[in-house]
Design a protein around this ligand. Structure first.
Ligand code: CA
Length: 249
């Protein structure tokens, strides 16, 4: 069997830019250069995509309607996202660059963007986070660790035996921290479509995941272990993860 090297996976980039006239040639050029590129047209969309999909690099414009680039970077870093971020600023807005770098951007580029320079910056940022970055990527919620690359979930030293939909649901919940996610988002992200999934399928998957989580947590942390991480039903909204903070004083 001839397994392709890991590097053959096209690097995935997310561009967050509302001005299509600027975004369009950048996307075209990046695709021609072999990158897989998605576009988010505002900060909220950028946040949702960056937290629910895997990207190797984010390119975030400073000026966005709604949540601006700085607020977006702040939110992503506060959520624990370590993906490199290249920020686009207007020429001369030095204070934006400083603020952006302080907020967690890794580099910046002034508009109008020189495409060759953009490519060089992207290559440099991707070199800093070699392929191992993806393999090591983990998300944590309470005592539960989600290994994105291996698509496994561990509690303590034990691997949680999840079905693939249960895994994807848990990854989605963990990515959203303590925010609730709607049933339609679950249908879209876990099943790939809101049309091809029944309410019952979602209920069964949530129930299965709850059961496995609570059994694993109880067996490791004792009879109240299940309360360390629970999937709460939020009326009229959907579901969210609730991690219990235990006091150690
Ligand atoms: Ca813009």
């Amino acid at each position: 069997m001839n397994l392709a090297p890991k590097h053959s996976r096209p690097r995935r980039l997310l561009l967050v830019e509302d001005e299509i006239i600027i975004a369009e040639p950048i996307i075209r050029g990046l695709r021609e250069s072999g990158y897989d590129v998605d576009l988010a047209e505002n900060g909220e969309e950028g946040e949702l995509m960056a937290l629910s999909e895997y990207y190797d690099l984010l390119i975030v414009d400073w000026r966005l309607p709604g949540k601006n680039g700085l607020e977006l970077i702040n939110t992503l870093r506060a959520s624990g996202l370590g993906t490199p971020i290249l920020m686009l600023t207007a020429l001369g807005e030095v204070e934006h660059r400083v603020t952006g770098l302080d907020a967690g951007a890794d580099d910046y580029l002034s508009k109008p963007v020189s495409f060759e320079e953009l490519l060089a910056r992207i290559r440099a940022l991707l070199r800093r986070t070699p392929s191992g970055h993806y393999e090591q990527m983990q998300l944590k919620s309470g005592p539960v660790v989600v290994n994105i690359a291996k698509q496994i979930v561990t509690v303590g030293d034990a691997i949680l035996p999840l079905r693939s939909k249960e895994y994807e649901l848990l990854e989605l919940l963990v990515r959203h921290g303590d925010e609730s996610i709607s049933r339609s988002m679950i249908a879209d992200r876990v099943w790939g479509s809101t049309l091809e999934v029944t309410d019952n399928a979602i209920n069964v998957t949530v129930a299965g995941l709850r059961q496995k989580l609570s059994v694993a947590l109880n067996s490791i942390f004792g009879q109240h272990g299940h309360s360390l991480l629970t999937i709460e039903t939020v009326r009229g909204k959907g579901y969210r993860l609730v991690a219990e903070r235990r006091c150690h004083d």
